[in-house]
Write a protein that binds this ligand. Sequence first.
Ligand code: ARG
Length: 583
Amino acid sequence: MSNILDLITEKVQRAFADAGFDPSYGRVTVSNRPDLCEYQCNGALAAAKQYHCAPLSIAQAVAEKLDAADFEMIQAAAPGFLNLKLSGTFLQAYLQGMRTAPDFGVEKIGAGKTVVVDYGGANVAKPLHIGHLRPAIIGEALKRLHAYLGYKAIGDVHLGDWGLQMGLIIAELSSRQPELCYFDPDYTGEYPSEPPFTLADLEELYPTASARKKVDPAFAEQAHQATAALQQGHPGYRALWQHIMNVSLADLHRVYDALDVHFEAWLGESDAEPYIPAMIADLKDRGFAVESEGALVFPVAEDTDKKEMPPCILVKSDGASIYATTDLATLVQRMQDNHPDKILYVTDKRQALHFEQIFRAARKSGIVPPETQLEHLGHGTMNGKDGKPFKTRDGGVLRLETLITEMTDFVRAKVVENRIVEDDQVEDTTHKIALAALKYGDLSNQPTKDYNFDLERFAAFEGNTGLYILYTIVRVKSILSRYGAWAHLPIQPPANACAKDLMIAITGFSPTLQSALKSSAPNLICAYIYELAGCVNKFYHETRILTEEDKDLQAGYIALIGLAKDILEQCIYILGFSAPDKM
Ligand code: ARG
């Protein structure tokens, strides 16, 4: 279906043409004076210059050519505005079209296209911490949005599984248990299938090794060597690496599942490894990669640069590949395997320089062709309630799981205290509400801005919160279930002003999703459903629905709130949460 603004624009453009003017002046916008009209066209003001006549007379001539059946009000206002209000029947037909078309008639702008969304960014052997919350939530929403608008959307967690943290764990383990077969250069048997550590061990090994690296240069050197040896194929280290992966991945799956964040691909830096040698050789051959102080680098600076643009380091002097190497090789792999039209990275904005370097190297070398769009969405930081960086009581980094548990416990206490649901429903309801609080609290902010995490505020029923949206959906669900079967009921023209406001709000669905995709801004969807929920609640308060005696009128009310609820639910699905039946 066409967006409603395009549809009205077409009508006004035709009227411009019929009145003898260039139709391109007929662009319609949402009114910036909602007290006067719903939509407006200011084209007569511009046309007046070309046609050397009074703008008001142009607006009047155009007004006369518009079809009165489409508009409740057509007004040419001084000095030359065209003010419009839609007719009830126009809105009725449009909304009936929305509810009968697949996916509410959204235009599938991504049909036939593929997008890879690189988000999550978990690091193997390190527990997820609160810094991983935003990329997971924002990335999941953007992936779902692309999929809904027709893209083949591949979410890839792009695990950090090939870097120094692996060498650190290997070096730490070898100093604690040198007798393990993984460290025996003469070992030729099969390596054990059971890992030599548990998840708890792993969670202690990494921070210990990481701290030791800072004070013990010999150990740091060992860890670097172990990293390079692992990357070059040391069999014992590879076997250990596989154990680290297995133990850690099981845990990562568990936490992402709890967040309702799901990846189509669990690839990582290590999966780029097979592409590195050929890529390096090719970049050297073609003169893109050059030696510099023992390392191999890809210069990406340009004459027009205003800030310093360091070269991309591809191979360090010790032979190890780093973050940039694996990211560039991952692009080789993605182009080969997925042929994406777009690759969207969601990471902390502090990685902006890294992606700028990678994108430049990918373009210069032709690894990524010009028709494939590369975008880095750098998100801001989630701070504590006081606006300061989030820390545990003893100053450490807060685990993501701890944050989820705190939110869940807070919500569960409310659910139990208010006796919202039967005992066996408490966990499910709590989970849904907690996710809504957490995700909406995040997504309602512009992704690029920092925000403060505030448990009480996010989990409040009032205000611009996820709970307010859920509450609205639950309220409508309850009316619908008391009414009975409703899915077949047709949309009717608005019976009152609140109904009309609600209908107009509903028409914003498709344009909102398109803008949110275009600017990678799930916050636009949040703003949209907040407004839509407001219209639903206003309509509910000002209209007797279940007690209405005129059954036809009542059926129209029900059809309308049913459509609004379906759209709210579709939007929160895209945002990554869902509504309980009761709350
Ligand atoms: N693992 C990285 C980190 O913790 C994030 C990975 C983001 N994706 C990428 N392709 N570089 O910072």
